[in-house]
Design a protein around this ligand. Structure first.
Ligand SMILES: O=C(O)[C@@H](CO)OP(=O)(O)O
Length: 201
């Protein structure tokens, strides 16, 4: 039985400051590092064959802290651009509260959570889904078919997109889905990659 564990990185400096992040490469806060270690502790019964993160430092550091907690620091890390956060375009670096004050909550909520509306010069969640699902199909699915247990540390919107695909969520469901920093989702899959169980840890 193969296993896929998805983890959102711990709190970043931009999360703490309430700033749109996207592809900005910001570090974890001390609380974010603690959330990563806590995720590692919650995963203490798990063993992984391969570990994946994005090419952004908050994702990689979270993965390293989890592996250290599991005494699996020797596991090779695969870092991929395809697992990066949704690109937030012109919103990157802007304060979220100030952006709401300027453009209104309805518009900002659409930019943040809509499936098809792109933030100015940014990616739609639909586009993020296309690139992350392509990575799943090309890299993760063959390893899962071989019976491996995979740990993937990625980002809030990237994981919303991947969960939409894996769990068959509707547009309304993915638009309402919020994933906390350090949040863990566990899937078991049969050899045909049909999900046989899924739960938050
Ligand atoms: O700023 C971002 O890149 C994301 C995740 O931190 O924020 P939001 O939840 O607003 O999409």
């Amino acid at each position: 039985m193969s296993q896929l564990v998805l983890v959102r990185h711990g709190q970043s400096e931009a999360n703490l400051a309430g700033v749109f992040t996207g592809w900005l490469d910001v570090p974890l806060t001390p609380q974010g590092e603690a959330e990563a270690r806590e995720a590692g502790r919650r995963l203490h019964d798990f063993h992984f064959d391969a570990a994946y993160c994005s090419t952004l430092v908050r994702s990689r550091r979270t993965l390293e802290l989890i592996l250290a907690e599991l005494d699996e620091s020797s596991l090779e890390i695969h870092a991929a651009d395809a697992l990066r956060e949704r690109m937030y375009g012109a919103l990157q670096g802007l304060n979220k509260a100030e952006t709401i004050a300027r453009y209104g909550l309805e518009q900002v909520t659409r930019w943040r959570r809509s499936y098809e509306d792109a933030p100015p010069e940014g990616e739609t969640l639909h586009h993020t889904l296309d690139r992350v699902v392509a990575y799943y199909n090309e890299v993760l699915a063959p390893a899962l078919r071989a019976g491996q247990r995979l740990l993937v540390v990625s980002h809030g919107n990237t994981l919303r997109a991947l969960r939409m695909q894996l769990e068959g969520l509707t547009v309304a469901q993915v638009e309402a889905l919020e994933i906390p920093t350090g949040g863990i989702r566990v899937y078991e899959l049969n050899p045909d990659l049909v999900i046989t169980s899924m739960s938050d840890l």
